[in-house]
Design a protein. Sequence first.
Length: 192
Amino acid sequence: MKLTLQSILHLVVWTIVCGMIYPLVMTLVCQGLFRGRAEGSLVYQNGNLVGSEFMAQQFQGDKYFWPRPSANTYGSSPSGIVASSGSNLGPTSAQLQTNVNTNLASLRTAHHLAADAPVPSDLVFASASGLDPEISPEAARFQIARVAAARKMTVDEVTALVEKHLKPSQWGFLGEPRVNVLLLNLDLDAAK
């Protein structure tokens, strides 16, 4: 009986410590030190919530930089919430091949390129999460001429905005350089 009571006491104590006190302390610390990140790195424009730095959004039209393709349809659920998931299509999947060919054809058409012109891979293949908010610098530079022409801006003006939003590898060695599509497009809207 003594061991049973000790076990129950341990369960209660560690449930309170690990299930209540620790999460509360960590929440308070994070809210105090990293408020923006703790709340999801939300992005506001003119006082209105427009998104999160960590979630891709669908941008359509030649005036905007496009994110990576997604296995999910952005904003397709009634609640507006999009599940993060990949397509789970394997390398031998006919559907994956069809998706890639469709993405390639769309990009080449939108950019007035030849049918065999190279295209940055991250604009053709969906990310693992399906909601990757960033593209490679090459993918951003690939789109500069289209965006500049649609906005009647110079290529140099748009290039300067892309370079302004270029994030290097974290701490100089983790990950790859990248460009956040949402932040870049919001800057584009503010510029013109």
